[in-house]
Design a protein around this ligand. Structure first.
Ligand code: SF4
Length: 118
């Protein structure tokens, strides 16, 4: 692994193991896509999109669940975290920046949860 990725993982507090590296790479791929397409512009288009199926491969990649209470056993989950208070979520359209082709449940959660900056 390249040194900057390891440094990012350590700064993020993630364990420097294979799972941590895989998660970092997944998040990096999604982040790259967001930079290309600009996720803040997506909410207006999201209202006609289908709800994200938790069994879809991209949902499973980030451990998405429609009800955050079902994430209790996930080591990345912390109580109180849900789509409704995630920075990637737009309540008016149920849009999520990490899943631009779908809407997500406001009570859902995934391992990409990020503290809201607004
Ligand atoms: S927790 Fe955040 S990143 Fe994950 S599905 Fe919900 S809104 Fe999207």
């Amino acid at each position: 692994m390249h040194e900057p990725a390891e440094k990012m993982a350590k700064e993020a507090g993630g364990p420097p193991n294979d799972e941590g590296r895989r998660r970092l790479l997944r998040h990096g791929m999604y982040a790259s896509g967001l930079l290309l397409f600009g996720w803040r512009g997506l909410p207006a288009l999201a209202q006609d999109k289908p709800m994200l199926d938790p069994d879809a491969y991209q949902a499973r990649a980030l451990d998405y669940v429609e009800d955050a209470s079902n994430a209790q056993g996930n080591s990345a989950y912390q109580a109180g975290r849900r789509c409704g208070n995630c920075d990637f979520f737009t309540a008016s359209s149920q849009a999520c920046g990490l899943f631009p082709d779908y809407r997500v449940a406001s009570d859902g959660w995934c391992s990409g949860w990020t503290a809201s900056t607004s």
